[in-house]
Ligand binder design. Structure first.
Ligand SMILES: Cc1cc2nc3c(=O)[nH]c(=O)nc-3n(C[C@H](O)[C@H](O)[C@H](O)COP(=O)(O)OP(=O)(O)OC[C@H]3O[C@@H](n4cnc5c(N)ncnc54)[C@H](O)[C@@H]3O)c2cc1C
Length: 394
């Protein structure tokens, strides 16, 4: 049995940020990852035509946290992006998230912010404290937008009616009376200039005390190690042998299509995108009411990679099954109650940190997970933590 200071399960954002911090402070750190690659769901790679794409669905980095931005900037330069998406339904593309342009498309007439605000006031179904996603959208946008953009998409994405999901699910999408059609709200919106995988490779290279084992399941490999502290970023129910039953997850299937410039010319879609080297008019197109997939992402719109070829990723939601990857925790009262039982078990394991979206059964963006990992490192090295008194390395 090998002694290490820190044993980490998972080489995604949470595992690798904590690994880098621990290793930079001289702690002997081993990261165990069951997949054949680093980066978790943020993993990106190039296709057969050299086009960079996000293998597990689009990962739009954004943050309001200076600490997170400064920390990650040690390992990457940034490609600044304003993420813009559209929605396809009723036989046409729509400006999305809902904004003044969307309303003009719906009503077929031009108007002002005040006109749209007044229309919304008359359309929405007031609900002072919405408890689910249906109540939330009906109360802010009214039934026409709800049916057109939210109902079908949410049902397809989650396999549940919006009324059976927390309000927070649909509250993530802004609704604006201005012409502001930015998908996201945060101040800093950018992608790692050379991709997430390259950023993580640099993070690992900067850490001589860090050892990485790929293609290895933590649950099997942990018996070979004796660790002062363990950091676990896998699914919390698996850690405890599904003692209270399985937490439900939403799974996904990604279908990748590589298109050469010749394919694009043959497809003759330049009349839609306005460019000959893109397939669709925007980075992401949502399909709320047509097809089995929820969205098609053409990430080249955001990476700004200079190439005549392109890449599409179609995202198909899937029900949970033991042999499928867990992607999204399901935010609903019944699932929260089950998670609470696992959280109580986790509290009885002080030498294990449960970090990240799988171990806390909570959807987090990458910046939130990075912030959580930095915060956890602060805790581990605080006067009451297992590594109290470590020399601070910036
Ligand atoms: C489709 C999709 C789109 C997303 N889009 C965005 C976005 O646009 N912007 C954004 O900010 N965030 C986005 N996210 C969220 C983002 O993926 C997460 O914030 C981030 O990946 C969380 O990092 P993590 O380390 O907690 O989890 P993960 O990235 O899932 O990493 C956990 C790692 O642990 C490994 N693991 C699990 N069990 C074991 C085990 N037993 N042994 C060894 N290894 C194990 C897994 O293989 C995985 O690599 C998206 C997520 C999904 C699913």
């Amino acid at each position: 049995m090998e002694h290490v200071d820190v044993l980490i399960a998972g080489a995604g954002f949470s595992g690798l940020v904590l690994a880098e911090r621990c290793a930079a402070h001289g702690l002997k750190t081993v990261v165990i990852e069951k997949r054949h690659h680093i980066g978790g769901n943020a993993f990106d790679r190039t296709d057969s035509n050299g086009v960079l794409y996000h293998a597990y669905g689009p990962h739009y980095f954004r943050t309001n946290s200076r600490r997170v931005r400064e920390y990650l900037s040690r390992f990457t330069e940034w490609q600044h992006v304003t993420y813009r998406i559209q929605s396809w339904t009723h036989g046409r593309y729509w400006s999305f998230p809902v904004n003044l342009t969307t309303w003009e498309q719906l009503t077929g007439r031009q108007g002002s912010e005040a006109d749209f605000a007044q229309w919304l006031e008359q359309s929405r179904i007031p609900c002072p404290n919405p408890t689910n996603s249906e109540e939330f959208i009906l109360s802010v946008a009214g039934p026409e937008f709800y049916e057109r953009f939210f109902h079908g998409y949410t049902r397809k994405q989650w396999g549940r009616e919006p009324r059976d999901l927390d309000a927070s699910v649909c509250a993530r999408i802004p609704i604006r009376t201005s012409r502001d059609d930015r998908y996201l709200r945060e101040d800093f919106q950018a992608l790692p200039a050379h991709g997430y995988t390259r950023m993580f490779e640099r993070l690992i290279d900067a850490s001589p005390n860090l050892r990485l084992l790929l293609d290895t399941d933590f649950m099997d490999a942990r018996r070979h190690f004796h660790a002062t502290h363990t950091i676990y970023s896998g699914p919390i129910d698996a850690y405890f042998g599904f003692r209270h039953g399985r937490l439900p997850w939403r799974s996904l299937r990604f279908e990748t299509e590589s298109l050469t410039s010749a394919d694009l010319i043959a497809a003759n879609r330049s009349h839609i995108s306005g460019h000959t080297d893109f397939w669709q008019p925007a980075l992401q197109v949502n399909y709320p009411n047509d097809f089995d997939f929820t969205r098609i992402v053409e990430i080249k719109h955001a990476t700004a990679q200079q190439t005549p070829h392109t890449n599409l990723v179609r995202e198909f939601p899937l029900a949970d099954a033991p042999d499928r990857e867990p992607y999204y925790p399901i935010p609903a009262p019944d699932t929260k109650a089950l998670y609470a039982q696992y959280k109580a078990l986790a509290a009885s394991e002080p030498s294990v940190s449960f970090c990240g979206r799988l171990a806390t059964y909570q959807y987090y963006n990458m910046d939130q997970v990075t912030g959580m990992a930095l915060h956890e490192f602060d805790r581990l090295t605080s006067p009451t933590g297992p590594f109290a008194g470590l020399v601070t390395v910036p």
